[in-house]
Design a binder for this molecule. Structure first.
Ligand code: SF4
Length: 223
């Protein structure tokens, strides 16, 4: 059994209204979809809680808002500003080097193609796709993180082992009209209801159509 994609997306569109949006989405809106800030915030967000990402991004952008200003910071200063995001030491190195390369290779502008974005240090498919969607208004990309990977499998949309496999499978399994918003909808749902462990199935708006593949125990917490 597979949950129908259109029904899921329409229901989630209504259900996430009023829930907290993922940190990078908020930053993108607050900063008028500035590609540089979306890129850096997304790099910081990997394996980091939203509140930590938001606070670290705000501190870093107060110190430097452009690739030129950020490239001028020392790695130690960037580390200090973004602590305690996960892997802050590596991320600080990648942030500085990415800024240097944006200046040296792309004239100070964040590149607008997947292939170019993937050449930047510390930028993987998740980050590159999210930058294209949020900052370059792409309608051709799906951003898959662990929430999207997990929920797409629970819904039966894909049968995959890794986020990258899920991304490729989702291009085939879903209509392109949903591609730019799959991440927003599934990440918001994954943070609030379809959690990694003990998903709140009894309270979920999808409970009657979701096959719950791989779910062995559900949570009971009332929102
Ligand atoms: S919370 Fe349960 S019912 Fe809702 S999408 Fe996740 S697995 Fe399906």
């Amino acid at each position: 059994m597979t949950a129908p994609v259109g029904t899921v997306m329409r229901r989630l569109g209504r259900a996430i209204d009023g829930l907290d949006e993922p940190a990078v989405e908020k930053i993108a809106k607050d900063q008028q979809e500035d590609p540089f800030q979306v890129l850096i915030a997304t790099m910081l967000s990997a394996q980091t809680r939203d509140a930590v990402t938001a606070a670290a991004s705000a501190r870093l952008f107060r110190a430097a808002r452009t690739p030129k200003a950020m490239a001028a910071l020392t790695v130690a200063r960037i580390q200090e500003l973004i602590y305690p995001v996960s892997f802050y030491r590596n991320k600080a190195v990648h942030v500085k080097e990415t800024c240097r390369q944006i200046l040296a290779r792309f004239g100070g502008r964040v590149p607008s193609t997947l292939d170019e974005l993937l050449t930047l240090p510390g930028v993987g498919r998740k980050t590159a796709n999210l930058v294209l969607i949020l900052a370059h208004a792409s309608r051709e990309n799906i951003c898959v993180d662990t929430h999207v990977h997990r929920i797409a499998n629970r819904l039966g949309w894909v049968r995959t082992r890794t986020p990258e496999e899920t991304e490729h499978a989702l291009y085939r399994a879903t209509h392109r009209r949903w591609w730019p918003i799959i991440n927003l909808y599934l990440v918001t749902w994954g943070q609030n209801v379809c959690r990694p462990v003990y998903p709140l199935c009894p309270q979920c708006v999808l409970v009657d159509i979701c096959p719950k593949l791989g779910v062995t125990r559900v949570g009971k917490q009332v929102r």
